[in-house]
Design a protein around this ligand. Structure first.
Ligand code: ZN
Length: 194
């Protein structure tokens, strides 16, 4: 009977190691690991990372801003991931954040692998999206044309939202209004030359 507690904590620890390995395999950076696997020390996480990847984790801060998720290609990829995440969150009781993240990301990656399209979003970006969503900066909003749900700024009015599939950005062959909307949405520096 006295062995119950240590045995349980060993099993817990093994489970945490497995979760960390899953995250590393999917492409998590150190910030993700340290934030989500708080029961393992930074040194152990670095060792695990080296074992799994055969290289040291990249250094430096995460440079991501929320605007990345609103550019055309990334928005379609993030939206697919976000829809899967939201579905799992609503329908899978007992899954915690890490489970939701790794399952939703695996399904996202499988989907785009299957149709032969390179992934635009790595796991760390997916994790950062969840943080923006939880902080109320980004959300899923319904497209007024196709009714699909796409990632948008939380403060953006939803009654006029049109997704990037219904209205892809194009610099030629579109109506003036559509071209103008595309330029505004891209907000690229070269837009000033047009
Ligand atoms: Zn649409």
């Amino acid at each position: 009977m006295t062995t119950t507690t240590p045995l349980k904590s060993l099993a817990d620890e093994a489970a945490q190691v497995m979760r960390a390995i899953t995250l590393i395999k999917l492409g998590a950076r150190m910030q993700v690991l340290e934030s989500e696997i708080s029961t393992l020390s930074r040194e152990r996480l670095i060792r695990l990372y080296r074992e799994v990847k055969g290289a040291s984790p990249p250094k430096g801060m995460l440079p991501f801003s929320e605007d990345w998720y609103l550019t055309w290609g990334p928005n379609i990829h993030t939206s697919m991931f976000a829809n899967v995440y939201a579905f799992l969150e609503a329908n899978s009781k007992g899954l915690d954040r890490v489970d939701l993240l790794t399952r939703a990301y695996s399904l996202y990656a499988e989907h785009f692998d299957m149709i032969g399209e390179p992934l635009q979003m790595d796991l760390t970006r997916a994790w950062t999206f969840i943080r923006f969503k939880d902080a109320g900066i980004l959300r899923l909003a319904g497209c007024t044309r196709c009714r699909g749900k796409f990632v948008a700024h939380a403060h953006e009015p939803s009654h006029s939202m049109v997704c990037g599939i219904c209205q892809p950005p194009s610099r030629a062959g579109k109506t003036k209004a559509a071209a103008k909307a595309a330029l505004e949405r891209d907000a690229a520096p070269q837009a000033q030359a047009a």
